[in-house]
Write a protein that binds this ligand. Structure first.
Ligand SMILES: *Cc1c(COP(=O)(O)O)cnc(C)c1O
Length: 474
């Protein structure tokens, strides 16, 4: 069917115009507005014009699509995006996604994509080793994101501690499994509990102490109380880098609790896990080597396009126990007992070659390149903190991660002034920040999530803050 391919000349023309337009964006994004707040009806009315009854010409369709995406998207690759953990993707990682789309390796079965599967296995091994797992006690898989990685962790914990979970699920359990995490933990933990049929009530959110970390004495009391009530304390999720304020839980204390009470110890290091590559700040992850499993997103601090996270575990058989199935249409194993089909270790079956967008940047920049970027972003955040303090703002969170939660003494605690100020800044399209509550206080939140965020970006932000604070006071 030639229609789906087009002619060689058509393909070349389409590819050329697409890359021209995308390269312009990649190079000039700092001159584009970051984006603003749009009414849903307006966007829907633009999109609803597509009817799919009359095929369009390729060049026009692509041009319009890219233009609209440029206009109606919050541009996380912009240096003035001080937002959630969405990065600017580095260039090799974009090329990797392109290569993957062209070759389309099928990562379900080793035999279909042996080179790709071994590249991923090697990356998993290298990360396990960096986190301090022993070379014989490690395993892992690539996932679509932190949410899938955290769900994988819960499924592993259930397989480890519920007899016959694989076959009977939860139907034969005598005790209610309990999952503990801090009130600051990510909502994907609750979603995971709901997905496996445990329900949201099985997740016990322990209050965070003043430093936003899980309160260890309260956690200890709760576990003992639940044990006394006949429940089954199953898993503690320690967060290494909370989404709001970047707090890192006391991982050694949690490890000890898990050893004492025979529970699964999972670390949600979706964002903060990248600290493992820092020259001197990896010590903030101390205790993570005692964990049973780790979630680490690649599409956050590793600056690659979305859709990639890793799940690592110190239990070399649990993924197999949880996910191995046999099918009639799969080729039977040959004489190579060492090959591992990715699908027997993962929730997914057909799967994209995600690992390439980490492998290629690592080949070109090395661990050292990543280390410099990660440490550089933490230095920029130190600079931002200093400028804020110099200008009369107060920083309300304490973290080594490049997340700054701050407020100004003239912004009242219980008024909506802070949100208004942030909305005002976002509407200019010149910077993107958000709000986050620290205790009772609604703060402004700025995260250095882009490796191109420099002194100029910080000066831009400070000018906007000054301007909009004056507007609030007028
Ligand atoms: C972002 C994040 C998640 C969810 O990860 P996704 O990749 O967005 O699914 C989970 N936990 C923490 C701590 C996060 O920051």
């Amino acid at each position: 069917m030639k229609r789906f391919d087009g002619t060689k000349a058509e393909r070349e023309a389409l590819l050329q115009m697409t890359t021209d337009s995308l390269l312009e964006f990649y190079e000039q994004v700092s001159e584009h507005p970051i984006g603003t707040i749009w009414p849903q009806e307006m966007i829907a009315s633009i999109v609803e014009k597509f009817d799919f009854e009359t095929p369009q010409a390729g060049p026009e369709a692509i041009q319009e699509l890219i233009e609209n995406l440029k206009q109606y998207t919050i541009h996380t690759p912009h240096p003035n995006y001080f937002g959630l953990f969405n990065p600017r993707p580095n260039f090799p990682s974009i090329l990797a996604d392109l290569i993957t789309a062209f070759l389309n390796p099928q990562l379900a079965a080793w035999s279909h994509a042996p080179y790709a599967a071994e590249i991923e296995r090697n990356l998993i091994h290298q990360f396990c080793t960096k986190f301090g797992y022993s070379s014989t006690q490690q395993d892992g898989t690539f996932t679509s994101g932190g949410a899938e990685s955290n769900l994988t962790a819960l499924i592993c914990a259930l397989n480890q501690y519920i007899p016959d979970f694989n076959t009977h699920g939860l139907l034969k359990i005598q005790q209610l499994p309990r999952i503990y995490c801090s009130a600051e933990s990510h909502h994907s933990i609750v979603k995971a509990a709901r997905s496996v049929g445990l329900g949201a009530y099985s997740v016990i959110k322990i209050p965070a102490s003043k430093d936003q970390c899980i309160d260890i004495p309260l956690l200890t009391q709760q576990i003992e109380k639940d044990q006394a009530a006949g429940h089954l304390p199953l898993m503690i999720v320690g967060t290494a880098g909370t989404t709001g304020a970047g707090a890192i839980d006391d991982l050694h204390a949690i490890a000890t609790l898990c050893e004492t009470h025979d529970m699964w110890f999972h670390v949600d290091a979706a964002y903060g896990g990248a600290l493992v590559l820092s020259a001197d700040k990896h010590r903030y992850l101390a205790g993570i080597e005692r964990s049973d499993s780790i979630t680490m997103d690649i599409h956050k601090w590793f600056s690659v396009p979305m859709g990639i996270s890793v799940f690592l575990t110190a239990n070399p058989t649990i993924l197999h126990q949880a996910f191995s199935v046999t099918t009639a249409y799969m080729p039977k194993k040959g004489e190579q007992p060492k090959e591992i089909d990715p699908y027997v270790h993962s929730i997914q079956w057909s799967r994209r070659f995600m690992g390439l967008k980490l492998h290629l940047p690592l080949l070109l920049f090395g661990w050292k390149g990543y280390q410099e970027v990660i440490d550089g972003q933490m230095e920029q955040a130190d600079l931002l903190r200093q400028v804020l303090i110099d200008e009369g703002w107060t920083v309300h969170n304490e973290t080594v991660l490049p997340i700054v939660c701050f407020s100004h003494p003239t912004l009242q605690a219980k008024s909506d002034q802070t949100q208004k100020l942030v909305d005002g800044i976002v509407r200019t399209g010149k910077a993107w920040i958000s709000t986050y509550p620290i205790g009772e206080k609604l703060c402004l939140r700025a995260c250095i999530t882009n490796y191109n965020t420099d002194q100029k970006a910080i000066t831009d932000l400070m000018n906007l803050l000054k301007e909009h604070l004056t507007l609030q006071q007028a």
